[in-house]
Design a protein. Sequence first.
Length: 82
Amino acid sequence: MSNSLNFSLKMVNEDKVKKDILMAIQKHMKKNFNKSTDKIKMEVKNQVYNAILQSSTMDSLQSGNLREEFGLESVNPDGIAS
């Protein structure tokens, strides 16, 4: 005697199943994207800040021609002139 089971499945509302699957995927992705957003914002902020500090314009403001042209006495490490 064989222990086999035969069955069939007919989807009655295929469009609803597709919609439900897509909604579940969207919910999952939105949750994960929201978690990553803060990390990405902080990393971009740091990258931009470092790029500005390392730019030739900042070098010139700190000790080059732009410093003299603007009449700056000093520029602190954060780029704030006095």
